[in-house]
Design a protein around this ligand. Structure first.
Ligand SMILES: *Cc1c(COP(=O)(O)O)cnc(C)c1O
Length: 395
């Protein structure tokens, strides 16, 4: 056994079953392990490496800012944070930004903002309606928000104030809304839940319902943001404007940064209401600024849309060939393939053996989320590896 695996077993807390791969280097759409083996990366570190691994844009911004100023407290003005906020506000429908360190923390902050809104504008309403099969992060409150029992069971009792209802069903949201409701929080595409794409009428209906009730609509775009679905943010394809949007994953091109954007009316924090030590520090904000600037100036969302369509075309060809492929779907470069048998884990392991990193969101579902800079030839390559692997499962 590889010595790093032995050492990890000895010193790290066990929290995930990993394949026997120790990654040490990455460039573009590829990563390499400590044996020198190359992998095409269709996970991108959970949809983080938007510009690919060690992109010059990210590396240069990181190094340049590291030499200037890495961290000071949020007690003082710092320029990269202001510039990043301006860039995000100018390219969205929002008015104000707040930066944190992760997706879970971004969502926590958004929920606190919604609760404050409930306190001052809605007679103390505090409850947030979320969807089953959602994913909002691993903190206690976000585990309560995430409608997935296996993440909740070991940690009961959970913080109160969340109601998990069926996804893509407006009536259950209406039914769950009470005088205590201050917000609805949803993903435009449930990534971790298996790439479940929200219907357009659904999100538009939720928007209308929230307006009618005077409650806030929060969109968790931690996974779908920064071009992943073929527009800068996914809400832009739905003809809606959320009141609050959360982001993280792709935002920093690999450095840990999260945050949320809010409409003026929802931006009700006052001095002392919320804060963070690391959130929005100069190092991560300068890197995120360079990442977002590159995504926007090179129209990477447009490229993502085209490559996403091409990927689905490849899936269509495979579905014609293999009867056990039940279906596939995707929005931009967030895609999934379903099987009619529980083979997803085995397919993933065989793909990894053959140099393609993939992930299974369930025993029957594969998820695909390569770096957004992926090219057709690389999609062909990945599809070739997957096709070879699937041949082994053909009865
Ligand atoms: C990954 C994810 C989160 C949690 O982000 P972390 O950075 O892991 O805390 C929240 N929401 C969605 C939609 C995600 O995909």
């Amino acid at each position: 056994m590889n010595e790093w695996m032995e050492l990890e077993k000895k010193y790290l807390m066990y929290n995930v079953a990993r394949p026997p791969v120790v990654l040490i280097r990455g460039k573009g759409t590829r990563v390499w392990d400590d044996q020198g083996k190359e992998y095409l990366d269709f996970m991108a570190g959970w949809a983080v490496a938007a510009l690919g691994h060690s992109s010059d844009v990210v590396v240069n911004a990181l190094c340049e800012q590291a030499r200037k100023l890495i961290h000071v407290s949020n007690q003082f003005y710092t320029i990269p944070q202001i510039q990043l906020a301006e860039l995000l506000v100018q390219n969205t429908v929002f008015d104000k930004a707040f930066f944190a360190n992760s997706g879970a923390e971004a969502n926590e902050g958004a929920i606190k903002l919604a609760r404050k809104y409930g306190k001052v504008k809605l007679n103390g309403a505090f409850e947030v309606i979320t969807a089953l099969h959602s994913f909002h992060g691993r903190t206690l409150a976000m585990v309560a928000a995430t409608g997935k029992e296996i993440y909740q069971r070991p940690y009961l009792p959970l913080p109160a104030g969340f109601r998990n209802v069926e996804f893509n069903d407006l009536d259950v949201i209406k039914g769950a809304t009470t005088a205590d409701t201050c917000a609805v929080m949803l993903e435009a595409v449930q990534g971790e839940g298996g790439v479940n794409i929200a219907g357009k009428e659904y999100l538009q209906g939720v928007r209308q319902w929230c307006d009618e009730k005077g409650i806030l609509m929060i969109l968790d775009e931690v996974q779908t943001g920064i071009g992943r679905t073929g527009t800068f943010f996914a809400y832009q394809q739905y003809g809606i404007e959320p009141d609050i949007l959360t982001m993280a994953k792709g935002l920093g091109g690999g450095v840990p940064i999260g945050g949320f954007l809010a409409k003026e009316k929802a931006a009700v924090f006052e001095a002392g209401d919320h804060g963070t030590t690391f959130g929005g520090n100069p190092l991560v904000c300068a890197t995120a600024y360079a990442t977002v600037k590159e995504v926007l100036s090179k129209d990477i969302p447009g490229h993502t849309r085209r490559m996403g369509e091409y990927l689905l075309q490849k899936f269509a060809e495979m579905k014609d060939k293999y009867s056990f492929i039940k279906g596939y779907r995707g929005l931009g470069l967030l895609a999934a393939m379903d099987f009619d048998q529980q083979i997803a884990k085995d397919v993933v392991n065989k793909c990894v053996d053959n140099g393609l990193l993939l992930n299974a969101t369930s025993p029957i579902t594969l998820r695909f989320m390569p770096p957004l800079i992926i090219e057709k030839s690389e999609i062909d390559e990945a599809a070739g590896i997957l096709d070879n692997v699937l041949q082994e499962f053909q009865a």
